[in-house]
Design a protein around this ligand. Sequence first.
Ligand code: AGP
Length: 792
Amino acid sequence: MRQKRTENDSMWEKWTDDWLSHRVSYGHVRREALTTKASTRGSEKRAGETESLHVLVLNPNPSRSFPSLSFSLFPSHCRSISPLLLETKQESKNKSEKRSIDRGKMCGIFAYLNYNVTRERRYILEVLFKGLRRLEYRGYDSAGIAIDSDRGWPPAPVAGGENGGKETGRPAYDSPFPLIFRQEGKIESLVGSVFSEVDAMDLNLEKPFSVHAGIAHTRWATHGVPSPRNSHPQSSGPWNEFVVVHNGIITNYEVLKETLIRHGFTFESETDTEVIPKFAKFVFDKAHDEEGEQTVTFAQVVTEVMRQLEGAYSLIFKSPRYPNELIACKRGSTLILGVKELTDANSGTFSHDDKTFTTIGKPKEFFFSSDLCAIVEHTKNYLAIEDDEVVHIKDGCVSILKFDYGKEKPASVQRALSVLEMEVEQIKKGNYDHFMQKEIHEQPHSLTTTMRGRLRANDVVLGGLKDHLKTIRHSRRIIFIGCGTSYNAALAARPFMEELSGIPVTLELASDLLDRQGVMYREDTAVFVSQSGETADTLLALEYALEHGALCVGITNTVGSTLARKTHCGVHINAGCEIGVASTKAYTSQIVVMVMMALAIGADKISTQSKREAIINSLPDLPNKVSEVLKLDNEMKDLAESLIEVQSLLVFGRGYNYATALEGALKVKEVALTHSEGMLAGEMKHGPLALVDETLPIIVIATRDACFSKQQSVIQQLHARKGRLIVMCSNGDASSVCPSESCRVIEVPQVADCLQPVINIVPLQLLAYHLTVLRGYDVDQPRNLAKSVTTQ
Ligand code: AGP
């Protein structure tokens, strides 16, 4: 049976001590924990408990009157053609929840609002462009922005033209109408087109704004080809009365579109998003028609729109009807608010971190982003917006409302700001040519931060897991679930987890688990591994495991990610922002976290105590060993030069290093665009041996562990068939693995067997990197790939 969780269940409650310590603290709020209705196992661990959390009231007057809109959005003639809209709110909500991670798209959202601090238009544009450049690594095919014009309204459109006559007259607003710029292709082509369009319309780039709200977007096409017309911001119509940027997918957009068309709206794009601004305008117009002069608030408009949307989304709304305000809301897709308070209205320097958002008039800058990477260079004070929250920025204040389908009025919410641990350097290449290169070389540091504060004398403390260890120890099975590199990391950790826990450990590729609807019990512990915490397959598998009542543990690099929010408990790998599409430092940190998890689970087992303590004591030296293996950089470049023409590459590993073979091959495949296969060496004679000849390069991993002699035998068999061998061995073992000097040897430092995959992958990461550069391919954004795969 599914374990029920409360609405307020959030990462703060689950990803405990090690993350909680980073929060900023003011006031108190009661925490509600999980209820384990219908689940007998583990209830003692997940029962409700109360803990003091500190929160900050973001708005002095959050309880502004918020009446539900009283008009009928869909008169009876509409309902007859929109059966989905006849669903009850709860049914609609359930469906939406079900689908919320069904599909999504890898778009990026960024917004910038300066309040009581003068910024020229040029500066505002640069902030928006910079935000987009920070989101670039996620993958995109077009981009766009919206900023204010100088005029109260654009030239009148032709009467009877677009939008069924709804827009034939000028709307009655005096505030500057939003200018939308959209372009297909790279951010730089958007930048170029914005400046030439601005020039053509004689827009003053030096015009100062003491308050201004700008929004920006990178799009990964799903509905409609990449084109300016399908890019975001999407608009309500010719007057741009509501403009919206969207990350996610609206699953019921066709029904909404049909309804809006019947109400006279004309659609210009093929996107699902366009229904959102048009629907906002529909709501606004309706409210005005029915309520006369009584104004409907921006938040009321947005919540009424949310009431009708199904799917996954994070959205930002901008409107000249509500000048200098922004509203963001989300359901499923990550959205972050960054807040920067300034001392001097013109200097742009930081004040002390008192975060008195309630001081009306104090100069501030607000940022919304799909990703912390686009916020860190502006401020470290952030809020991970939760599902169904509506964040409204107006007059320098932030108010947060919690939308609930079952309730007419959203409740106001108090949330804490967090302090970002990330450094600005993490999002910059520094002295490196590429992010992948930087991230490979960063591993001694990222591993140090992964372990920081978690190692004690003969013990490991994982704050996010400690209350759940007893439940995990009583599990029938531990199931690791992930995709790609994250799956490989779990594969590397499996032998040690099995050894230390004494529990059967199985592995699932998330998509395969879903395809065959694999067996899962409520007595299982399902461990979800994901760098991004947003991979659609992994999140769907999580949904599946939650439905089956398993204890769900998350291992992720991304604070505030869907994985972090939806699992019962978990561990952040703290590897720092990983920008290269090819996962490198996250892989090694994931392995170390899973090794630490095994050490924590195995703390009560006598038979493995000495091994456990030996590993704990060796962990602090692991970053030094990684520094040592990084010295092979030139050697790997040299090896890459010798492989530049090869069509195919095999990597053989076994035991702990079967994962190294898979991961090494994946790296070569995804960035160097060279066919490569990782194989279990034990399977060699069952088929792959037929491929062996003098031309096919084969990397054999034969570092010292229990499988060493078997790997020696594999090398001999390959050698006998004149295989083109590259052998990875422990320092000093060259002659043992390659007596006749007929093969190329990569010697690496030896560490404990369960940590050896962390060392062994590094030369293969370097090889993949150099091969890619030599072949002239895009290292950080390989073709067809996105950093997180939010589509199935
Ligand atoms: C890694 O180099 C790949 N880009 C890819 O396999 C990735 O690991 C996979 O898509 C899973 O991503 P996640 O860890 O963010 O869930």
